[in-house]
Design a protein around this ligand. Structure first.
Ligand code: 13P
Ligand code: SF4
Length: 357
């Protein structure tokens, strides 16, 4: 997977095979030097680099040993025999790797790579929800911090969310923190979504609502919440042949109006396996470049291009510095890690979209 050539010139040649239509040659030459240095450091430090599908094209195509969505990268982290895991993704992803591999050094190259979903709920809020809905299982989207996972029964990713909810075989689940993903799961599973009530006097009336119900939380991804049904309608009018793919963090009406919805890797596979000539991706913008680099004969519409400010923090420079300075180390307190691991392990047992358990 990584481009590990013997000279900078060879690294540049390999990178430009994929990226010559996407990244200007001068920028690519500079990035090839960085990639070459990173691949050398990686060997010296006995490190593995995991790259999320949202990484910018030059990084995505050059240094990760594995690229993928959150579920695939969690699985890779769980099985690595390297001493150091460099997670080119955001903090919650690094935390998941640390939860699974407490003896490894886990580095996320920027301390600023957060996530609006992970910030949207605290462990104290989950404890309050559990008091309000005693006995109702808590399904937690993996885009959360370790202390929130520790309060949960099971985690899920965009690749197995509906399968996780269905695996519980209960009428009611608490699904946190993504409001829109809860709506999308409800559509797939035939459940309905409600949100926690504020007035305790309404509690009795609420009991009647609880058949086949997802109790959600109002967290949102700051990138995916920006795509609207009007956007889709305009694109369909101008480009009737475009196939529209939407991540399940998008609004339910956006997902319903798209042609396919799945995890980031699910969307990559969809493009690989179908023969449409033009695609629009309703997800983080870099992924369109990464798909275009792999599929030179298709056209990716570049309207509605929104980058995730957190993923954007991870650059080749920061990745090199992470390896050079052993930064920024992810730590999870042991009592929290042990409880969070139970929820993550249960998630890893459930099949994802790709079929792998
Ligand atoms: P995936 O698990 O589908 O890669 O999604 C992660 C994410 O943060 C999407 O915004
Ligand atoms: Fe979080 Fe959204 Fe960025 Fe994904 S794209 S890391 S959900 S803020």
């Amino acid at each position: 997977m990584p481009i590990e050539e013997k000279t900078v010139a060879a690294t540049f040649a390999k990178m430009s095979e994929k990226l010559r239509d996407i990244v200007p040659a001068e920028e690519l030459r500079y990035k090839a030097e960085l990639a070459f240095e990173i691949n050398q450091l990686k060997r010296e430090k006995n490190a593995v680099i995991l790259g999320h599908n949202y990484m910018e094209p030059a990084l995505y195509c050059s240094v990760p040993d594995y690229v993928g969505d959150s579920l695939e990268l969690s699985r890779q982290a769980a099985t690595t025999d390297k001493d150091v895991i460099v997670f080119c993704g955001v903090r919650f992803m690094g935390e998941t790797a640390k939860i699974l591999c407490p003896d490894k050094t886990v580095l996320v190259p920027s301390p600023k790579a957060g996530c609006s979903l992970a910030e949207s709920i605290t462990a104290a809020e989950v404890r309050k929800l559990k008091k309000q809905y005693p006995g109702v299982p808590v399904v937690t989207y993996v885009n959360t911090y370790a202390d929130v996972k520790a309060e949960s029964d099971i985690c899920c990713t965009s690749g197995n969310a509906s399968a996780v909810v269905e695996s519980l075989n209960t009428d009611t689940v608490l699904f946190i923190p993504d409001e829109y993903m809860a709506g999308n799961i409800a559509r797939e599973t035939g459940m309905n979504v409600i949100f926690p009530i504020r007035n305790p006097r309404d509690l009795q009336k609420r009991q009647a609502d609880l058949a086949c119900t997802i109790i959600g939380w109002k967290g949102r991804c700051e990138v995916h919440e920006q795509f609207t049904l009007q956007d889709i309608n305009k694109i369909r009018k101008q480009f009737p042949d475009a196939v529209i793919l939407a991540h399940p963090e998008c609004r339910p009406e956006v997902v319903a109006a798209s042609d396919f919805s799945g995890s980031t890797s699910g969307m990559i596979r969809y493009v690989r396996d179908h023969a449409a000539s033009r695609y629009l991706l309703l997800t983080e913008c870099s992924m369109a470049d990464n798909i275009a680099a792999e599929n030179r004969d298709i056209r990716m519409l570049r309207s509605l291009c929104i980058r995730c400010p957190h993923m954007q923090e991870i650059t080749l420079e920061m990745t090199r510095d992470a390896l050079l300075r052993n930064q920024f180390q992810i730590e999870v307190p042991e009592p929290i890690r042990v409880r969070a691991k139970r929820a993550v392990d249960r998630m890893l047992e459930i099949r994802g979209e790709g079929g792998a358990a």
